[in-house]
Design a protein around this ligand. Structure first.
Ligand SMILES: C[S@@+](CC[C@H](N)C(=O)[O-])C[C@H]1O[C@@H](n2cnc3c(N)ncnc32)[C@H](O)[C@@H]1O
Length: 203
């Protein structure tokens, strides 16, 4: 299911929150920091997509921000797949659309603005998502237990959740608390990884 720091590893499959941690929402005014060459070097989003996404997949990019990872997921799903890119801030979604439209990727992407405590995707998507990503976002969500339950409902049986958090911002304790919430929601931990910089060809 889940990794600890950088794009780490997945959860597989389909309680109540005891939140002691609080983090600010990453402002859309700083969106440029999320789509830089340095970040591409550090996280290799194309490798992540290649590893977890197949052509034709339905992908959820929860907390997509300005589309740093959505771009690669959209390339990887091809013309027969779809990426549902969800964010709290409409400004982030606008940046994503403006950036990915000239790249010809928008027909493969559906953008949704969600509520702070609910993903708010149409219920007919339940059970249809092959792989969901929550990259560097759960620490900003007020009710992670509810979030994991919602993601579990969206994922098809046997699908995958890839959950990761940023180092220095999210402690190991907070990360483990969130892993427990994901397990309460029905996920089974299949792999964890810790790394600062992904130097491998593949993630
Ligand atoms: C640190 S950014 C990461 C963006 C993207 N995942 C990436 O790694 O490039 C966190 C994103 O999560 C979004 N976010 C924060 N709270 C959220 C919530 N409750 N529901 C959905 N998105 C949220 C923010 O608007 C922001 O775009």
């Amino acid at each position: 299911m889940v990794p600890s720091t950088n794009p780490g590893e997945p959860i597989s499959g389909t309680g109540e929150p005891q939140r002691t941690h609080h983090h600010e929402v990453f402002s859309a005014a700083r969106a440029g920091h999320l789509d830089s060459r340095l970040r591409r070097f550090l996280y290799r989003p194309g490798c992540l997509a290649e590893r977890y996404v197949k052509p034709g997949d339905c992908v959820l990019d929860f907390g997509c921000g300005p589309g740093f990872f959505t771009r690669e997921f959209a390339k990887q799903v091809g013309e027969t797949g779809l990426v549902f890119s969800v964010d709290l801030q409409e400004e982030m979604l606008q940046i994503l659309r403006k950036k990915l439209e000239p790249e010809g990727l928008l027909p493969r992407i559906r953008t949704y603005r969600c509520e702070p405590d609910s993903i708010n995707l149409p219920v007919d998507l339940n059970g249809t998502i092959d792989v969901a990503f929550s990259i560097f976002v759960v620490h900003e969500v007020p009710d992670p237990a509810k979030l994991f339950r919602e993601i579990a409902a969206l994922i098809r049986p046997g699908g995958t959740l890839y959950y990761t958090e940023p180092p220095f911002i999210v402690s190991g304790g907070e990360f483990r608390d969130n892993l427990a919430l994901a397990e309460d929601a029905g996920f089974r931990l299949v792999e964890t990884k810790f790394f600062f910089v992904n130097r491998g060809r593949r993630c």
